[in-house]
Ligand binder design. Structure first.
Ligand code: 5AD
Length: 355
């Protein structure tokens, strides 16, 4: 089994059955070996720096109804909010003063007529902080909206595909959503020139190991610049409220597999991992993740951006907690890298890894 890890590290690719075997393997010495190989590769590319991104949760208003998500349209138990332009700029300002050089604007999928507001918002952030990267995580839009947002100054876009198996995708989403449209959006984003992030929830209801292998193979051929993976965590007011958490171990295994497959990828150790495991952030980094996304949203709205239950919103998850984050990273020999952390701005040239 270690041989498979060595092949993945050397060739950045495994056969379908071998990915499956690695996912199934629960031999602790192999898993430890996998994490160690991934961490070595991460260190070779990025050194001991962990990038931080300031997350601004723009709104919990959403036109979609994904069965897993706490801010789905049909959930009447959430108090809806939308930050004002001023609040967003203020959050960015506070983040900038702390040292953040990437702002991630994330939110539910707003009504189509809010596209212009988003474009103007991006344009204001771009003018005010010309040295910062702007990442968007705002769901599915028509191609021309993605284009307008890019022209306004956005650089990166996060859009998890959630599942590359159409049947499984359809079990997670209502009929008006489709895997084909999600993939079309990802293709547009890439064509337009965004740095693109995609990914899945680990352990979402009905997800099989074969489904995860399909996701791995999709990511292998799509080659996103960023890979977002976190365990599924139930939210009690959703149709999936009674399902179990995804696995932290499997999530970390996937961080390692993706680090070996795409050495330069930006892989966050996610809040959801840290929600189900109190030491999740550190475990994620030790498995190969190299990004943390603390929350810059105004404290007054944080409690309403409830994608899942128990979401950590304070301490090292919050921008106020960067000192704590720094301390935590120091215990494992890492530190915050305050750079923009664009793809391929890393220490070792891409070519060395053959992809
Ligand atoms: N558990 C874990 N992650 C979730 N997301 C949405 N709902 C949940 C949940 N219940 C993730 C989705 C989405 C990202 C913004 O948050 O994968 O792409």
């Amino acid at each position: 089994m270690r041989g498979l890890v060595d092949i993945l590290r050397a060739e950045h690719h495994l056969e379908t059955n071998d990915y499956r075997a690695l996912l199934e393997c629960d031999d602790e010495s192999v898993v430890t070996y996998l994490h160690r190989q991934a961490r070595e590769v991460g260190d070779a590319v990025f050194g001991k720096g962990i990038f931080v991104r300031g997350l601004v949760e723009l709104t919990n208003v959403c036109r979609n109804n994904c069965y897993y998500c706490g801010i789905r349209k049909s959930n009447t138990a959430v108090e809806r909010y939308m930050l004002t332009t001023e609040q967003v700029l203020q959050s960015c300002q506070q983040g900038y003063e702390v040292g953040f050089r990437t702002f991630v604007l994330q939110g539910g999928e707003l009504p189509r007529d809010k596209a212009q507001w988003l474009v103007e918002l991006v344009s204001m952030i771009r003018q005010r902080w010309s040295d910062c990267a702007i990442t968007l995580s705002l769901g599915e839009w028509p191609r021309d909206v993605y284009e307008a947002l890019l022209k306004a100054g956005a650089n990166r876009y996060l859009l998890r595909h959630e599942s590359h198996n159409a049947e499984h995708y359809a079990k997670l989403h209502p009929a008006e959503m489709s895997l084909s449209n999600r993939l079309l959006c990802l293709t547009w984003l890439k064509e337009l020139g965004y740095q693109v992030g995609t990914g899945i929830m680990v352990g979402s209801p009905w997800q099989s190991l074969d489904n995860i292998v399909e996701d791995i193979e999709f990511i292998e051929q799509f080659k996103p610049e960023m890979i977002g993976l976190g365990p599924f965590v139930p939210q009690h007011d959703t149709p999936f409220g009674k399902y179990a958490n995804g696995s932290a171990e499997l999530t970390c295994k996937l961080y390692s597999i993706f680090r070996l497959m795409l050495p330069n990828a930006l892989i966050p150790s996610t809040t959801s991992l840290n929600t189900i495991d109190t030491n999740g952030r550190v475990k994620g980094i030790m498995a190969g993740a190299n990004v943390v996304m603390p929350n810059l949203s105004p404290v007054s709205v944080r409690g309403n951006y409830t994608l899942y239950d128990g979401k950590a919103i304070t301490n090292a998850e919050a921008a106020e907690g960067v000192a704590q984050l720094e301390t935590q990273l120091a215990t494992i020999g890492y530190h915050i890298d305050w750079g923009r952390g664009d793809y391929n701005q890393c220490a070792i040239p891409n070519a060395q890894f053959g992809n």
